[in-house]
Design a protein. Structure first.
Length: 275
């Protein structure tokens, strides 16, 4: 089937719906006919086209097969962008979609939780479950988005990831013993990567009390970018004075960090406590 490229539509959710409608009409298929091939209802197809329903992985895969789009990966790719866009507050999307995937070096400080880039699916899901007034669909979307972020560690030229975590985080229960053991196992596994350095920080470190943050070093002479978190709304900035202040704070925190070898031994010991 030969069709014209679809026009830009703003959000990936709108693009998914517009492309689905365009290809369906080009193939002279009714919504009911598409529904029967997707194994869903006509109402669900209508909601997909209207961008009021989040497509499932199965929806995207079946649409790719149905319309033979882009070698079978067009709707799947759009769905990944939908999940990534839905995976957090709007102010964070620029970081997750543009900054983090292109970074040469990522530095992070986390005094409260395991950093998002190194979270397991179960650990992340239990964090999102605690969000006030969150829906099951939003929990699923945000969990999938967090897992997609981990893809930066697997790219051909992954960034150097330098992680500082308050040692008390290892004993902060999220989801229960099984979730915590799995999470600490994953930290130990991630730390075996040559591009990941993980150090625990003494809980008495006062410079770290200001809250979590990330520093991204970018290619081609672009300025360093900071993501500083807060309970209500984080901040993403390249302001030189702010960047300098955060880098100094990172170094001050690092002075309180245990050596990496000692840190990994501590993680292994705490993992045994979660029984």
């Amino acid at each position: 089937m030969s069709v014209e490229p679809f026009p830009g539509q703003g959000s990936p959710r709108l693009r998914f719906g517009a492309e689905m409608r365009r290809l369906r009409e080009a193939a002279q298929l009714s919504q009911a006919a598409v529904a029967s091939r997707l194994g869903c209802t006509q109402t669900q197809v209508s909601r997909l086209e209207a961008a009021t329903r989040t497509p499932s992985k199965s929806d995207a895969e079946k649409l790719d097969r149905l319309f033979d789009s882009e070698g079978g990966a067009h709707f799947a790719a759009l769905r990944q962008r939908i999940i990534a866009s839905a995976g957090g507050p709007i102010w964070f999307r620029g970081w997750a979609e543009e900054i983090e995937p292109n970074a040469l070096v990522l530095r992070s400080w986390d005094p409260l939780l395991i950093p998002g880039l190194l979270q397991t699916e179960s650990y992340a899901r239990h964090i999102f479950i605690q969000e006030p007034q969150i829906t099951p669909e939003e929990i699923q979307e945000r969990t999938e988005a967090r897992m997609l972020r981990r893809g930066v560690l697997d790219r051909e030229d992954p960034p150097l990831v330098l992680v500082l975590i308050d040692a008390g985080v290892l004993r902060r229960r999220v989801g229960g013993p099984e979730v915590m053991r799995e999470q600490l196992d994953y930290l130990l596994e991630a730390a075996q990567r040559p591009t990941v350095s993980l150090q625990l920080v003494d809980p008495e470190c006062l410079p770290g009390m200001a809250g979590p943050f990330m520093i991204a070093e970018l290619p081609n002479g672009q300025p360093d970018t900071i993501h500083a978190d807060s309970p209500v709304q984080g901040q993403i900035t390249t302001n030189h004075e702010f960047v300098v202040a955060i880098r100094k704070r990172y170094e001050a925190i690092r002075l309180w960090a245990y050596p990496e070898r000692v840190s990994l031994k501590m993680i292994e010991e705490v993992k045994q406590e979660w029984t």
